[in-house]
Design a protein around this ligand. Structure first.
Ligand code: NDP
Length: 282
């Protein structure tokens, strides 16, 4: 049986390819659904990105993922972008449609999908911690999903203001900015609080975002983009306050589900992918 190859163009990766979490979860879905596809991990240096994209086309790959540092520069080598990828200015998923390369950003879409299992962001007031690549993807996608108001909270003022302006200019959501220089007081009318910073990521698992958790109402849904560990100290604190929580493994799994749908047209079982990640020790 011929196998379709679906490689990931990644930057330098600390883990051996056999333990690349995305590869492990995507291939678990392929096996579970009897899809005769492969997902392989290739390390590509920034100076070879254009050649790698052309090579993927030449070899008939159906698509690929891009990780940091390629998410922004890869846009130069694509034929078309999805709406959110165009606004965000970054692509993590590329689809080969009859020789035309389409760029999508599934980081934010995956997050929104995971969130929707608990709460629909439409019409909600959301506080977003962070303004880096993940926050940009999450913030834009929440705005496109109909969020009423986003408050961007970030340590670096310029980055925070840039994301706030982007949301105001390119979506119908309202956005404002708070410079994060002291413990954040969560206002009572907040519906959803999201950590989209890198705080709490393994191995710095004891650190947590500077939020005054005593101001957190139990009605607030609290989400964390950190996939490893899934139960961050931030989410533990929110649970102790009685809040419903959404972990970063859900975002990772759902962006994978969306990627596979783009490439193969098949809706795969998210629980199989989540279990594959848990089996890896995430
Ligand atoms: P970036 O480096 O682009 O941004 C990091 C963000 O974290 C910035 O807003 C930065 O603030 C903030 N930050 C970092 N340390 C601190 C600190 N000590 N105090 C306050 N703010 C801090 O990273 P990304 O946005 O690309 O990634 C962020 C995280 O998102 C990663 O750790 C990754 O694990 C997660 N992620 C999860 C995915 C998933 O599928 N679950 C997908 C993609 C990312 P400042 O601007 O002030 O420096």
């Amino acid at each position: 049986m011929a196998h379709d190859f679906l490689p990931s163009l990644t930057g330098s990766f600390a883990q051996p390819a056999s333990e690349n979490p995305t590869m492990v979860m995507v291939e678990a879905a392929y096996r579970h659904h009897g899809l005769h596809w492969r997902y392989i991990n290739c390390e590509v240096s920034p100076e070879n990105l254009e050649k790698a994209v052309k090579g993927a086309l030449a070899m008939g790959w159906k698509g690929f993922n891009c990780s940091i540092p390629h998410k922004v520069r890869v846009v130069d080598y694509l034929d078309q972008l999805g709406e959110s990828a165009r606004i965000i200015g970054a692509v993590n998923t590329v689809i080969n449609r009859d020789g035309r390369l389409i760029g999508e950003n599934t980081d934010g879409k995956g997050f929104v999908q995971a969130l929707k299992a608990v709460i629909d962001p439409k019409g909600k007031k959301i506080v977003l911690l962070g303004a880096g690549g993940a926050a940009r993807a999450v913030g834009v996608e929440l705005a496109l999903a109909g969020a009423a108001e986003l408050t961007i909270v970030n340590r670096n003022e310029q980055r925070g203001k840039d994301l706030t302006q982007l949301i105001c200019d390119k979506t119908s959501a309202k956005a404002d900015f708070i410079k994060w220089d002291k413990a954040l007081q969560v206002s009572e009318d907040t519906d959803i609080l999201i950590n989209a910073t890198s705080i709490g990521l393994y191995p710095d698992i004891e650190t947590l975002p500077n939020v005054d958790l005593t101001t957190l109402q139990p009605t607030v849904v609290v989400a964390d983009g950190i996939p490893n560990p899934p139960l961050t100290r931030f989410l533990k604190g929110a649970k102790e306050r009685g809040c419903v929580t959404v972990d970063g493994l859900g975002m990772l799994v759902q962006q994978g589900v969306l990627g596979i749908k783009y490439w193969t047209g098949v809706d795969v079982d998210a629980t199989v992918m989540r279990q594959a990640l848990l089996d890896l020790g995430l």
